[in-house]
Design a protein around this ligand. Structure first.
Ligand SMILES: Nc1ncnc2c1ncn2[C@@H]1O[C@H](COP(=O)(O)OP(=O)(O)OP(=O)(O)O)[C@@H](O)[C@H]1O
Length: 601
C-alpha cells in the first residue's frame, strides 16, 4: 500500500524558529523578499505599474496589533494558492525560467511568519485575472481557501495579515518594524513604506553612499566614511571599493582602525540582490581578511535556506577569489603609492599581514621589506636591514639579544630581536624567497667569535681572577674585542640564567616555597658556569694585569663582574648586590685616602 508523508507543521515551525533562522524578525525579510519577487514577476509579464510595498500597522485600544503587508506584485490564482502557499517546500520561483532573478526558491519562507503570529492570512489578486482569493492558515497546519467576489477595480497584488501574540508584540511596534524594514530593505529597488496611521515613512528613500562609491564614484569617499561613522559607529582607517565591471559582488571594505584577531567576532552587511541577508560574510571573505568589515551586495550567488550564508559552489569560490585579489591589490597599491599609510596600516594589523606573508610567497615578496624589527642598531625596516647586512642574524631569546646587542655593533653586525609572534618563520622564509642567508645566533657561539689572546704570560693573572669569581660560578677569560670602551662582557648560558632566577626567587621565598626552590636549584648546580670575558684592549684591564695587592685585585675583578652583570640585564642576586655595595664602599674609601694623601703632600 502506498501512503503519503504527513507533515507536523508545529514541528516544522519549531525547526525554523529555533534552528534555521537567527531571530524572529526575519519574518519581515521573508515578507519583503516575497513582495520583491512578486513585483519582479509582474514586471517580467511586461506590465506597466508603479511598484510599491507597504507595511501597515493597526493598533486598536485593548487589542494586540495587526500587520498588513501589501505589495502590487503578480499575485496568485486559486490554483496557485493551493500549489504554492499551501504546499510546504513548493516554490513558484524554482520552476520559473527566470529563477535566477528571484530571491526565494525553497518554498518555506512564509512559514517564518508563524514565529510571530498564530495565523497567516493572505488575500491575493492574480495578474492573470480571476477572482481574488483569501487563504487563512493556522499554525496547527489547517487552512481554508475562500474565493472572494470579483472586484472590477482591484489591481493585482497580495496582502499578508499577521496578528501579534502576547509574546511577539514587540515585533509589531512601529519603531521596531521601521528599523527592521530599513535594515533588510534599505537597498531594495522598489519603494518600501511603513505606516501606523499616524506616522509614515518611505523607508528606502535614500540610498547609502557606499553603493555609488562601489559603482565607481570615488568622490563619495568622505561621505562613505562619515556614513559609516554615523550609522555603524566605526571610524574606519580606510575604505576601498569592491567589485567593478561585470562582477557579481559590489560593495566596500572598511579597514578597521584597531587591531583584531582571527577569532574575534566579525560583522558585515551582506546583501543578496539588494536584500540584506545577514551580518556574516564568513564564507565570502578570505580567512585572512579579519581586519576588514564589508558592506556588500552580491548578485549571482545562491543563499542557503536560512539565507544567512551562501552555498559553497563555483560561483562562491570565484567571488571569494575576486575579493581576495582586490584586498591584496589594495595592500599592493598602498605599498607603491603611499608608503607612510602602508606603514600605519602594518602597525595596526601586522599580525594578520605577517600570517598572510608567511603563507603566500607573492605577498611575502611585496611586503617583507616593509616590516619593522627591533635590532641591535635600533628599529629598522627589514628592507633597510638587508641593505646594510650581508647576513641576517637573528636572536630568538630576549636575554640573549641583550647580551649580544652590546658587542654586535662593534663588529659591524646588527642582530634582529626575533622573539615576537611570527618573527622566526617570517625571517626564515627570507632565504628561500629572497636568497639571503640567515643565521640564528646565540650569545655563547657569538662570544666564540671574540678574538682569542695568547694567554701564555697571563696564566697566573687568570688563575687569580678565577679564584675571585669561583664562588659566583663564573669563569674568567681574556680576549680582545670591540668596542674597546667595554672592559668586560658577561655571557650567561640559558641554564645559568635560570639558576640566577631561582636564586633570586629563593632569597625572597617563604619556607615552603624555598624548600621547593632548593630542590629545583640542585638540578641546575651542574650546569656550565657563566663567562666573564675581559677585554685586553681596554686600558683598565691593561692596568689590572699589574695590580698585585690581593684586596685591591679582588675588588677590581668583582666590580668588573658586577658592571658586566648589570650590562647583561641579568637579575641581581644578593651576592651581586653585596659585591656592588662593598665595592663602591672600598672605591670611595680609596678615593678619600688618595685625596687626603694629596692634601698632605
Ligand atoms: N507576496 C506574494 N505574492 C505572490 N506570491 C507569493 C507571495 N508570497 C508568497 N507567494 C507564493 O508562495 C510561494 C511560497 O512562498 P515562500 O515564501 O514560502 O517560499 P519562496 O519564496 O518560494 O522560497 P523561500 O523559502 O526561499 O523564501 C512562493 O513561491 C510564491 O509562489
Amino acid at each position: 500500500m502506498e501512503h503519503a508523508f504527513k507533515v507536523d507543521l508545529r514541528g516544522i515551525i519549531d525547526l525554523l524558529s529555533n534552528h534555521l533562522y537567527a531571530d524572529p524578525s526575519v519574518f519581515l525579510r521573508e515578507l519583503l523578499q516575497n513582495s520583491v519577487d512578486a513585483i519582479t514577476a509582474r514586471e517580467h509579464l511586461g506590465a506597466a505599474f508603479e511598484p510599491a510595498i507597504t507595511a501597515l500597522l493597526h493598533r486598536a485600544e485593548g487589542q494586540l496589533p495587526r500587520l498588513e503587508f501589501r505589495d502590487n506584485g503578480v499575485g496568485l490564482t486559486e490554483a496557485e494558492v493551493h500549489e504554492f502557499l499551501a504546499t510546504i517546500g513548493r516554490s513558484s520561483k524554482r520552476i520559473s525560467e527566470a529563477r535566477d532573478t528571484f530571491l526565494g526558491q525553497f518554498g518555506i519562507g512564509l512559514l517564518s511568519c508563524f514565529m510571530v503570529s498564530g495565523e497567516i492570512e493572505v488575500t491575493t489578486q492574480s495578474a492573470a485575472g480571476g477572482p481574488p482569493v483569501r487563504w487563512l492558515a493556522q499554525a496547527d497546519g489547517t487552512y481554508t481557501v475562500e474565493i472572494l467576489p470579483p472586484q472590477e477595480q482591484l489591481q493585482p497584488g497580495t496582502t499578508v495579515i499577521l496578528h501579534a501574540r502576547e509574546d511577539t508584540d514587540f515585533y509589531f511596534e512601529y519603531d521596531e518594524l521601521r528599523g527592521a524594514l530599513l535594515n533588510y530593505g534599505q537597498l531594495l529597488p522598489y519603494p518600501v513604506h511603513v505606516s501606523d496611521g499616524q506616522q509614515y515613512e518611505h523607508v528606502n528613500a535614500v540610498l547609502p553612499p557606499w553603493l555609488a562609491f562601489a559603482a565607481g564614484d570615488i568622490s563619495k569617499r568622505e561621505e562613505v566614511l562619515a556614513y559609516v561613522k554615523r550609522e555603524l559607529d566605526l571610524e574606519a582607517f580606510d575604505v576601498l571599493p569592491l567589485g567593478g565591471e561585470g562582477s557579481k559582488v559590489s560593495g566596500v571594505a572598511l579597514i578597521l582602525p584597531y587591531s583584531t584577531q582571527s577569532g574575534s567576532r566579525q560583522w558585515h552587511q551582506v546583501y543578496l540582490k539588494r536584500m540584506l541577508l545577514g551580518n556574516d560574510a564568513r564564507n565570502l571573505l578570505p580567512e585572512w581578511a579579519f581586519f576588514v568589515r564589508c558592506l556588500i551586495n552580491v548578485e549571482g550567488l545562491r543563499p542557503t535556506a536560512s539565507r544567512e550564508a551562501f552555498y559553497e559552489d563555483d560561483a562562491l569560490s570565484a567571488a571569494r577569489e575576486s575579493l581576495d585579489a582586490q584586498l591584496r591589490a589594495y595592500i599592493e597599491q598602498l605599498a607603491q603609492r603611499d608608503p607612510a599609510r602602508l606603514e600605519a596600516f602594518i602597525a595596526l594589523h601586522h599580525l594578520p599581514i605577517k600570517a598572510l606573508a608567511i603563507e603566500n610567497d607573492d605577498f611575502y615578496r611585496l611586503l617583507i621589506h616593509e616590516f619593522t624589527f627591533e635590532t641591535s642598531t635600533g628599529r629598522l625596516k627589514l628592507g633597510e636591514y638587508v641593505q646594510r647586512e650581508h647576513l641576517i642574524r637573528i636572536v630568538t631569546n630576549l636575554d640573549q639579544f641583550r647580551q649580544i646587542a652590546q658587542i654586535a655593533g662593534a663588529y659591524g653586525h646588527s642582530v634582529i630581536n626575533a622573539v615576537y609572534t611570527y618573527d622566526v618563520p617570517l625571517l626564515r622564509k627570507y632565504t628561500g624567497i629572497m636568497g639571503k642567508e640567515l643565521e640564528i645566533v646565540d650569545a655563547q657561539s657569538y662570544a666564540m667569535t671574540l678574538e682569542n689572546v695568547n694567554t701564555g704570560g697571563l696564566n697566573e693573572f687568570l688563575a687569580r681572577a678565577n679564584q675571585v669569581l669561583k664562588a659566583l660560578g663564573c669563569e674568567v677569560t681574556i680576549k680582545r674585542f670591540a668596542p674597546a670602551a667595554l672592559p668586560a662582557l658577561l655571557i650567561v648560558t640559558e641554564e645559568q640564567r635560570q639558576l640566577g632566577d631561582i636564586q633570586a626567587a629563593r632569597e625572597v621565598a617563604d619556607d615552603l616555597f624555598a624548600e621547593f626552590l632548593d630542590e629545583y636549584e640542585q638540578e641546575y648546580q651542574l650546569v656550565r658556569v657563566s663567562q666573564l670575558h675581559l677585554n685586553l684592549d681596554h686600558p683598565l684591564i691593561q692596568e689590572l694585569l699589574h695590580v698585585q695587592a690581593p684586596e685591591v685585585f679582588s675588588r677590581l675583578v668583582q666590580m668588573l663582574y658586577v658592571q658586566a652583570h648589570l650590562l647583561s640585564h641579568q637579575p641581581m642576586r644578593s651576592q651581586e648586590l653585596g659585591l656592588l655595595g662593598a665595592g663602591l664602599g672600598d672605591m670611595m674609601r680609596w678615593g678619600i685616602q688618595v685625596a687626603r694623601q694629596e692634601t698632605l703632600n
